[in-house]
Design a protein around this ligand. Structure first.
Ligand code: F6R
Length: 608
């Protein structure tokens, strides 16, 4: 979490830093701050609240002169959101100033040490120990101070560092958190994410653990952990900058929902070659796939829900046991993973720390790894044996929609590819999946065209206190995602239940007027679901059902039906998820919620 930026050039730094922070607000928005190298001192301006508060307070940065500076947007971990806990953090004597993304795990020990040496602390943060520790080791050589301090830091960090006595430069280091360096003309940049600097340069490289970058307006030097200079390979970013703009929509979320037909096309088409699925795996051979005896899928949040949808599909097409685990639990569960296991890691950002740790855990036990990632060059993509990119483009709204859809596509294709290699799925199965994949964008488009019906239903129910989502099998996996989407952006309490489990306790929550969204797309168990709907209706629930068009059995028991076209079971989740995303969006919109930046959340979750 948290976003950091840095600029060293000849133009005024503050407006450029604010611009970069705006692109990083998705990483946290509890407070924002800037530190600028001034005339003999480091000027710090920081404020609780959204970036716009800081913008207003500094007149868009105009009030802060200076051409070298760092900035931060915070997702609070240690210490409440407040002015004093906001970054940047100066050492008590004003010599060293830090912006930090990550968590210093041994900060209490370091803090006690520094207090014993006479240091005073102003904030409750873990970050303040870094600036103080660097000051403690500073005797005129910033590099020495950074390296000495680094050797004591435990945890994760990406740091931008200013020293008062070297006002023309920024020092940058990182471990387990991303740090991108941008090379411009007579000006250089650093940022947590390339989107923050794309407006100014497309020439970037990623700093690695153990390296130290020093940015001035004239250039960037990088040294390794022995202090030896190293040449970094510069990548040219091809992302369309406009893809990260709202383009006339009220929110990024609706823009991203509406982009899904195109995203599905972009993710599937390049992998269909001469009528077959070609994943171009680099490391994992067909022989490796035949040797696998179980599959783990590890991920968090919505990406975990994609794993839940993929589990029965993989299991059916590959005839293998498949386990779906929350990444945050997996690492500490002494998992039964070995060199015959395939671990599939799913992550939009490629930076989720829990997921990254799970990947490392699986790899350390010999597991083969395929990751499904959206952000090219992200940490998870870099350390994975094989990566399947979801070509969804930049996703800005905190609540994922288009990346979720792209992940589903990759998982269908991976399942079919492996099934074919293992001799379980047939050529006809593969042709049929390809047919469905090619038809999906238009089918999704057709559902999106009927979005007003979902908007109308949202207008009936947006003041609900609790909303329950029910489903069986794949519909249950979709219910989990529908419920998460709704609660995270609308703040309405919501739960998803396997419909058959309801009677074992949860049904006691159903009362007169409770809203139940029943997912009825999984045909093999539809009759069972009809019975479950009747059970809740008998206790006063109002039911919105998601069902195939013309399904009279469902129409007979539900109050409202959102119709989906007749579709094959395998890729049905790609259609069924669309009304659930729209419902969450319209409910949150009617409630006046901050849809793209829901409270307490951040897009990239780089803490445990
Ligand atoms: C919910 C949402 C989150 C993410 C989760 C994992 O809408 O977006 O639940 O799915 O934080 O993030 P990634 O996919 O970046 O690893």
């Amino acid at each position: 979490m948290c976003g950091i930026v840095g600029f060293a050039g000849t133009r005024q730094a503050a407006p450029i830093l604010l611009d970069g922070l705006e692109k990083l607000e998705y990483r946290g928005y509890d407070s924002a701050g800037l530190a600028i190298e001034g005339d003999g001192e480091i000027l710090v301006k920081k404020q609780k609240g959204r970036l716009r508060v800081l913008r207003e307070a500094t007149h868009n940065g105009e009030d802060l002169p200076g051409v070298v500076g760092i900035g931060h947007t915070r997702w609070a971990t240690h210490g409440e959101p407040s002015d004093v806990n906001s970054h940047p953090h100066l050492s008590y004597n004003g010599e060293v100033c830090i912006v930090h993304n990550g968590i210093i795990e041994n900060y209490i020990e370091l803090r006690n040490f520094l207090i014993s040496k006479g240091y005073e602390f102003a904030s409750d943060t873990d970050t303040e120990v870094i600036s103080q520790l660097m000051d403690y080791y500073y005797h005129g050589d910033p590099t020495e101070a950074v390296e000495q301090a680094r050797s004591h830091l435990m945890g994760s960090y990406a740091l931008g560092i200013l020293f008062r006595q070297t006002p023309d430069r920024i020092y940058a280091i990182c471990k387990d958190n991303p740090l991108i360096i941008g090379i411009g003309e007579g000006e250089n940049f650093m940022a947590s994410d390339v989107t923050a600097i794309l407006k100014y340069t497309r020439r970037v490289f990623r700093l690695s653990e153990g390296e130290l970058a020093v940015l001035t307006r004239d250039g960037v030097t990088v040294t390794d952990s022995y202090g030896e200079p190293i040449e970094k390979e510069i990548t040219n970013v091809t992302w369309d900058e406009n893809a990260a703009e709202k383009g006339g929509y009220e929110h990024f979320m609706i823009k991203e929902i509406l982009e899904q037909p195109e995203v599905i096309r972009k993710t599937a088409s390049p992998r269909i070659v001469n009528g077959t699925i070609n994943l171009s795996l680099k490391s994992i051979s067909d022989e490796d796939i035949r040797g696998i005896d179980k599959i783990y899928i590890v991920a968090c949040g919505s990406a975990y829900h994609v794993g839940c949808v993929a589990k029965p599909i993989l299991s059916k097409l590959c005839r293998l046991p498949v386990f779906v685990e929350l990444a945050s639990e997996f690492k500490y569960s002494d998992p039964m993973v070995d060199n015959k296991t395939l671990t599939i890691v799913i992550s939009q950002s490629g930076e989720t720390l829990d997921t990254y740790h799970a990947l490392k855990e699986a790899a350390s036990r010999g597991s083969r790894i395929i990751s499904v990632v959206n952000v090219v060059g992200s940490t998870i993509a870099m350390v994975s044996e094989d990566v399947l990119f979801t070509w969804a483009g930049p996703e800005i709204a905190v609540a994922t929609t288009k990346a979720y859809s792209a992940q589903l596509i990759v998982m269908y294709m991976l399942a079919m590819y492996m099934g074919r290699v293992r001799g379980v799925a047939t050529e006809a199965d593969e042709k049929e999946l390809i047919r469905q994949l090619e038809a999906l964008p238009d089918a999704v488009e057709a559902i999106l065209e009927k979005k007003e019906q979902v908007q109308y239903l949202a207008s009936l129910f947006y003041s609900s206190k609790d909303i329950f989502f029910l489903g069986r099998n794949i519909d249950y996996a979709l219910a989990l995602e529908g419920s998460l989407k709704l609660k995270e952006i609308s703040y309405i309490h919501s739960e998803a239940y396997a419909a058959g489990e309801l009677k074992h306790g949860t049904i006691s929550l159903i009362e007169q007027g409770s809203l139940v969204v029943a997912l009825c797309t999984y045909k093999p168990l539809k009759e069972k679901l009809v019975s479950n709907i009747k059970e809740v209706v008998a206790r006063g629930a109002v039911v919105i059902a998601l069902a195939n068009e013309g399904d009279t059995n469902i129409e007979a028991v539900a109050d409202h039906v959102i119709e989906l076209p007749e579709w094959e079971e395998l890729t049905m989740p790609s259609l069924a998820i669309i009304p659930l995303q729209l419902f969450a969006y319209y409910v949150a919109s009617l409630k006046g919620c901050d849809i793209d930046k829901p409270r307490n959340l951040a897009k990239s979750v780089t803490v445990e």
